[in-house]
Design a binder for this molecule. Structure first.
Ligand SMILES: CC(C)(COP(=O)(O)OP(=O)(O)OC[C@H]1O[C@@H](n2cnc3c(N)ncnc32)[C@H](O)[C@@H]1OP(=O)(O)O)[C@@H](O)C(=O)NCCC(=O)NCCS
Length: 291
């Protein structure tokens, strides 16, 4: 495709049957991008990419679309509508069709949908080394909010004195939502309930009360806590983190230093971006790859 040619692109709602084609595109898009920049891919194989697409395309809390050109799917995007803030991603375009306007169309449709549903804000996380996505999202109105470090490994210290980490139970939901509302101004209860169903959600207790939680300690999980000590206890409890790693706000230097001193490695830099309501969290937190 020449640099000038603009493919004729139509966008439609994604169905679970699109998962394998979109999974292949997702794997190819992240694989090509990361190899070009010397980073590991966010998605290790097509099976995992397809499983992610299938989970999102069939989840009632997500609005997902595919882009088609000349009768074939060339990309997809999703809008996480599970909370007061919406999250965009993963967005991927077939490497053979990239840089010809498909990504902008897929973003615009997700943003139009958000306009109809009026979340208080829309957020996303992008690979900080990727000039094109940074330029595209900035041009579309997203502001840079937080530099993130994706970290991975097995923590050397497996517990933090005074803190007890245990699997979350449905009776913990309200305490976790209250923590989130205090830190962020909104809760992520539907997401946490997903984590409970999947058995990945954790809480940390200190001096008899819940002082932090994680929907999962993974790329697609988020965590909120009263203090770094609580987050450290959650992180220390994990054997390893799901997907490429957890996302540590790099400006939380004390937490990032603690991660490094505990044997964790930085995998890649990332950036949290937003449109609409954004407030500095009044607590400690780990965003998910969606926000
Ligand atoms: C990111 C991605 C979805 C964008 O889709 P795309 O179809 O390639 O992007 P588009 O052609 O629609 O838009 C790219 C825009 O960035 C601009 N751009 C590209 N590189 C740029 C640079 N270095 N500086 C400034 N602008 C740049 C283009 O001119 C275009 O601008 P325009 O919309 O104003 O014309 C796609 O490249 C992709 O799948 N990448 C790999 C996976 C990935 O990174 N996903 C995003 C995860 S956050």
């Amino acid at each position: 495709m020449s640099a000038q040619s603009q493919p004729d692109v139509t966008i439609r709602v994604a169905t679970p049957e699109d998962s394998s084609v979109c999974g292949q595109i997702c794997y190819d898009a992240f694989g090509t991008l990361s190899a070009k920049h010397g980073f590991p891919s966010d998605v290790p194989d097509t099976q995992i990419a397809t499983a992610i697409m299938s989970a999102l395309f069939s989840h009632p809390g997500f609005f997902c679309v595919v882009a088609e050109s000349e009768g074939r799917i060339v990309g997809s995007n999703c809008l996480d509508e599970r909370s007061l803030i919406a999250g965009i991603g993963p967005i991927t375009v077939d490497p053979r069709t990239q840089n010809h306007g498909v990504g902008r169309k897929l973003m615009q449709v997700a943003m139009d949908r958000a306009k109809e549903r009026h979340p208080a804000g829309v957020r996303l996380v992008q690979a900080a080394y990727h000039n094109r996505s940074l330029a595209l999202y900035t041009a579309l109105g997203f502001d840079v909010r937080e530099p993130l470090s994706c970290v991975q490994g097995r923590p050397l210290n497996r517990n933090v004195p005074g803190c007890v980490v245990r699997p979350a139970q449905s009776g913990d939901l309200e305490a976790c939502n209250a923590l989130s509302r205090r830190a962020h101004g909104f809760d992520r209860g539907t997401e946490l309930a997903d984590g409970l169903r999947q058995g990945s959600a954790l809480v940390v207790e200190r001096a008899g009360s819940i002082t932090g939680y994680a929907s999962s300690l993974a790329f697609f999980g988020h965590a909120t806590a009263e203090s770094n000590v609580d987050l450290q206890a959650l992180i220390a409890s994990a054997e390893t983190f799901g997907g490429p790693g957890i996302l540590v706000p790099s400006r939380n230097s004390a937490l990032l230093r603690w991660c490094l001193a505990n044997g964790l490695q930085v995998v890649q830099p990332m950036t949290l971006m937003s449109i609409g309501l954004y407030n500095e969290p009044a607590g400690t937190w780990l965003p998910s790859i969606l926000f």
